[in-house]
Ligand binder design. Structure first.
Ligand code: ADP
Length: 464
């Protein structure tokens, strides 16, 4: 049973949102913590500075002769109270000179309550308490008294500071929510853009499995991997379509090739059995020839399927190609003599690392074709050139040649340029298919150049 999972689109959307939320969340959290810490440092620093200023102002207000200027201290004290500091000034005998609590106890209590509620509003976990700090007041190098500051600590926010830090928090939350919405939108958009062509590719692959090759994937994608995938599927589709056509063609051709000789044998036999024709040597020979033709056809089909199946099984060895060619040319001696064909081959040792039997099959096909499609008095040229990287072998004849329409097809199975003529030559259009299959198994190439009435040249290039 197929296990159904999440669709690619949902997975991409979820992953994208997860990544963006995690990244934005972490950045917001870190920025928030860092800003809060910096702000607390700033507030503590500001409060210390404020205390130092108060100390300076009080010390400056002291005059040895006129004593303390309580009016001025009162102004400084009330100003400090506005900023959350409750101060008390005492002389060296611990006698109170000025005290905010004594001056306006109610206002001091209101201020403490306000600070307390500010800090609790800022953080539910705030663990502050009312605390006091005592500083000596120094004038002209002598201690003249003490300043006691009371505040809600370890630090406290004034109303303005609280408004500022809360606005900052709201900004962070806003950025977080905005990013989430953006991530969601972009996630859906991006996953749609990636999954749409992939869905199309999947549908196309499903069509391919049903043997429907016509429809092509046309959507251009600007994602490199997706456009490679689409091109590959289109190429696969073309290749499968071509294979399918070849398969149909093969079945048709095999049926056709078998029917013709079988019908001929059947007709001759029936006529002889019915006593219409006499059983004589000539008619039996004709039946025999047709049976041999069927045998050759079956043998060629077997050869082809063997070569196609054994592609991976090459028995490579180092051998001298010129020895192989000389041996083959000797085998064709009687055919060459019969058609008075001359061979131009400048023998020279050229070593190849290849499957010798299969190479023998290749050159056997090419030489046999060159003889088959040459007229009496023809000429065959075999030319080899080599470098340290590759070997090029050319087999050329000045025979009948191949028309431009037939030329692109001659390596296909059962393709014969002139079917009726080839029936007489015994060709069934498989030799070149086998030849090409063998050369490609050796990672080489085979090309053909030909002109009708002028001749044909096959060019094989093999890597060393
Ligand atoms: P066949 O058994 O019919 O010769 P091949 O696969 O060897 O099959 O060749 C395919 C077709 O290519 C031939 O039927 C013939 O029409 C053409 N051909 C091959 N070699 C030559 C050549 N040297 N000269 C002219 N035509 C050729």
């Amino acid at each position: 049973m197929t296990k159904l999972g999440f669709s690619l689109r949902s997975k991409l959307t979820i992953s994208y949102i997860f990544i963006v939320v995690t990244v934005v969340g972490l950045i917001s959290l870190m920025a928030n913590i860092s800003v809060q810490n910096k702000f607390q440092d700033f507030v503590i620093h500001k409060q210390n500075k404020q205390t130092q200023e108060i100390l300076e102002q009080i010390s400056l207000s002291y005059d040895e002769n006129l004593d303390w200027d309580t009016n001025y201290i009162g102004i400084v004290g009330m100003n400090a109270l506005q900023n959350g500091l409750i101060i008390k000034v005492e002389n060296n005998n611990n006698q109170s000179i000025w005290s905010a609590n004594e001056h306006n106890h109610g206002l001091c209590q209101d201020m403490i309550t306000n600070m307390w509620s500010n800090m609790n509003q800022y953080s539910g976990k705030w663990e502050g308490r009312y605390q006091e700090k005592v500083y000596p007041i120094i004038s002209k190098g002598e201690t003249i008294g003490t300043l006691t500051t009371g505040f809600v600590g370890p630090y406290y926010f004034t109303d303005e500071e609280l408004i500022f830090i809360e606005a900052l928090n709201h900004l962070f939350i806003g950025i977080g929510i905005g990013s989430l919405v953006l991530a969601f939108g972009l996630g859906i958009l991006m996953s749609y853009r990636i999954s749409k062509p992939l869905n199309k590719a999947a549908n196309k692959a499903a069509l391919l499995s049903q043997g429907k090759y016509k429809e092509k994937l046309t959507d251009a994608s600007n994602t490199k991997e997706i456009s490679i995938l689409m091109n590959t599927i289109n190429n696969l589709s073309d290749a499968l379509e071509h294979k399918e056509q070849l398969r149909k063609q093969l079945t048709q051709d095999v049926a056709h090739e078998l029917r013709t000789p079988l019908t001929s044998v059947q007709g001759t036999m029936e006529a002889m059995l019915d006593g219409i024709w006499e059983v004589d040597k000539e008619r039996l020979t004709s039946c025999y020839d047709e049976i041999m033709r069927i045998k050759r056809l079956i043998g060629s089909i077997e050869d082809l399927s063997k070569v196609e199946n054994e592609n991976a099984l090459l028995h490579k060895e180092n051998f001298d190609l010129s020895n192989l060619l000389i041996r083959l040319l000797n085998n064709f001696e009687s055919e060459l003599a019969e058609k008075d064909i001359s061979v131009d081959y400048d023998r020279r040792s050229v070593y190849l690392n290849a499957d010798q039997d299969k190479m023998s099959q290749v050159f056997n096909n090419l030489i046999s074709n060159a003889i088959k499609y040459s007229d009496k008095g023809g000429k065959i040229q075999i030319h080899i050139s080599d470098s340290h990287k590759k070997v090029e072998i050319r087999v050329k004849d000045i025979g009948k040649g191949i028309s431009q329409e037939d030329l692109p097809h001659i390596f296909e199975r059962f393709y014969r340029a002139d079917k009726s003529r080839n029936r007489n030559t015994g060709g069934i259009g498989i030799g070149l298919t086998i030849t090409k299959t063998i050369i490609e198994a050796h990672e080489g190439t085979i090309d053909v150049e030909s002109k009708l009435g002028e001749g044909t040249e096959f060019i094989i290039i093999l890597q060393r």
